[in-house]
Design a protein around this ligand. Sequence first.
Ligand code: DX5
Ligand code: ZN
Length: 218
Amino acid sequence: MSDIVISPSILSADFAELGEEIRRIDKAGADWIHVDVMDGHFVPNLTFGPPIIKKLRPHTDKPFDVHLMIAPVDPYIDAFADAGANILTVHPEAGPHLHRTIQSIRAKGMKPGIALNPGTPAEIIDPLIDDIDLILVMSVNPGFGGQSFIDSQLRKIEKLRKRIDETGRDIILEVDGGLNTETAPKAISAGVTAIVAGSAVFKGGPDHYADNIAALRP
Ligand code: DX5
Ligand code: ZN
């Protein structure tokens, strides 16, 4: 067992049987379940919100790694906590009071994360690095699964790895978008400790989930 967390994104699952799909990836060796929430406003796509996440919660004991691509975030923090989110990751561009948002997420008992779009600089996390548990580097522009990994984000991962090591805190460095057996090793060498993968995990159907997850581990 490697120390790298694999967090399959259910964006690539069969939405008509999400509960069953979560049980399948749990059994296939997923460490976390990555849940992409999109509002058709912050990103040009729509998925689902807290009521569906709450219904999915009993299908696994694995942590729900919830990635919010919505604006605003603050009015919904209680609902995501109530739905059973364990990690709640937000984009800095989603609202003007990022520190307050992070504090509210922690106050509700969840681990706060900050997600960086490909065009968002690493330095934006500096003032809040002592307050967060996870940094999510987007290696595609958020909104859709199945896009190609943007190589320039590897430099950002290296920079964040150094910055995290300086803190001495165990902040998870996660990468999301275009991860597969070719790009995951590059991201791991650059310093990530958690990998999100949608299409690479769900490709080929349920019989392949275990092999697909294992293939992403170093
Ligand atoms: C994109 C989402 C990702 C997406 C990744 O906005 O945040 O989590 O599901 O999909 P793949 O692995 O197919 O790039
Ligand atoms: Zn995501």
